[in-house]
Design a protein around this ligand. Structure first.
Ligand code: HAM
Length: 420
């Protein structure tokens, strides 16, 4: 689990300003797409995740932070956001109030994973869920949203991998063929996959072990088993992505590590060394059966989750800097001017400027050193002469001629000064 710190203090993690930039950009896009924010608790009944994500998944089987509260209930830190969103949707009878619901969330998730770059035990997701539409347009709207977010962030080397997992009508036949095939190659599979073969055979398809991947290359392909309605849905998703000009690759190994998916699944994968093997920046898909299976209305749904930690790492590697330096650094020339300078700083902030003032006091020289360090655009030195004349100078810290300014007009003058 990581501390996120501002500026240069962040260590291996991206500075918090980069996080804020991604979050701001995402919120703006969600608002354009008509998604409202939800904030659910970070703990839920353990049973919620067992019933949705699935008992046999790594997430529930090995990675949940589960504990008993003082009332003897089994609770878990949420490992993902879809199940809590659905729980909340059902609990508040949202379906009775609107036919189509679009929600998003930004917050911490918890998985007891083996730590490495881009893989943490507390990590953050930006997620969205759309409940109520079974049409391909809904799947594509969500993928388009992610594409636009990545574009707005300037992240180019991310590819959309697309698959369909079929539904109850067609998946069992595929699974049977898959199990037959994998059983014949059992000895070539890693230990984990030998176990998966018994309780979650589809997961073998996205095992990263090279030996397993070799086996998987010739395994039956889910896309060849889709029933007519699933095939039609998949074709429509592709057609609509094409119509929007969204590029994607078909990848029948995108099975996802959670059990609730039906039909469309997708992952956004970044080819960037900064992420190492943690190259999936986001994933999602349809979960048309989940609401009913959790005791809610029989409504189709689709969503995605993006790894905020991974997005910020990519931006950090790209060298982008966010967070603005001060407009003005107010320096105190003599002790008698300290109060006036402090008051001026406060007033300028009220007028909308970013202002830094060294509350420790100290010599003018040390204050100017600090002004330099903060990369303030201007320094304004306030002493007795300035107080008496009501005039001062805005000294451009990057060099250039000082600008004379009336103390009553600092904000206007700073705003009007040419950027350089
Ligand atoms: P997920 O694929 O488990 O899907 O997680 C989504 C994203 O969260 C991953 O692609 C990755 O970027 C990030 N992530 C996952 N685990 C970690 C970790 N340990 N450290 C850092 N980042 C991580 C879901 O969670 C689904 N709820 C997505 C969804 C929403 N499907 C439908 N609606």
């Amino acid at each position: 689990m990581n501390d996120l710190l501002p500026g240069e203090l962040g260590g291996d993690m991206a500075p918090v300003e980069v996080w804020q930039h991604v979050e701001r950009t995402a919120r703006e896009l969600f608002s354009r797409f008509g998604y409202g924010e939800i904030r659910t608790p970070v703990v839920e009944d353990t049973a919620l995740f067992v019933r949705s994500v699935g008992e046999e998944t790594d997430i529930v089987g090995k990675e949940m932070y589960t504990f008993e509260d003082k009332g003897g209930r089994s609770l878990s830190l949420r490992p993902e956001g879809t199940a809590p969103a659905v729980r909340s949707f059902i609990e508040h009878s949202v379906a009775n109030q609107e036919p189509l619901t679009r929600w998003y969330y930004i917050g911490p998730m918890f998985r007891y994973e083996r730590m490495k770059t881009g893989r943490y035990r507390q990590f953050f997701q930006i997620g969205a869920e759309a409940i109520g539409s079974r049409e391909a347009a809904q799947d594509v709207e969500l993928m388009d949203l992610v594409v636009q977010l990545l574009e707005a962030l300037g992240l180019k080397e991310v590819s959309l991998n697309l698959n369909s997992l079929g539904d109850d009508a067609c998946r069992p036949a595929f699974q049977q063929k898959l199990v037959e095939y994998l059983t014949a190659h059992r000895a070539e599979l890693c230990e984990d996959c030998q176990r998966r073969l018994e309780n979650n055979p589809m997961r073998v398809l996205d095992c990263k072990n090279e030996k397993c991947q070799a086996v998987v290359r010739s395994a039956p392909n889910i896309l060849q088993f889709l029933c007519e309605p699933c095939k039609a849905h998949f074709e429509e998703v592709k057609r609509k992505l094409d119509a929007l000009g969204v590029r994607y690759v078909i990848n029948s190994q995108i099975v996802r590590g959670l059990d609730y998916y039906t039909r469309t699944t997708f992952e956004f994968i970044a080819a960037h060394p900064a992420l190492g093997t943690a190259s999936t920046v986001g994933g999602g898909g349809r979960y048309d059966k989940l609401l009913k299976s959790l005791g809610g209305p029989d409504l189709p749904a689709v969503g995605f989750g993006l790894g905020l930690d991974r997005l910020t790492l990519l931006l950090k590697e790209g060298g982008q800097k966010y967070g603005a330096p001060p407009d003005v650094f107010i320096a105190v020339a003599d002790e008698g001017s300290a109060d006036a300078a402090f008051t001026l700083a406060s007033k300028l902030r009220r007028e909308g400027l970013r202002v830094e003032f060294d509350t420790r006091g100290g010599s003018l020289k040390s204050q100017m050193k600090r002004a330099d360090k903060t990369k303030a655009r201007f320094a304004l030195v306030l002493g007795q002469a300035e107080r008496e004349s009501g005039k001062a100078q805005l000294k451009p810290m990057a060099g250039g001629e000082p600008i004379p300014v009336a103390l009553t007009e600092v904000a206007q003058t700073v705003r009007a000064a040419p950027q350089g």
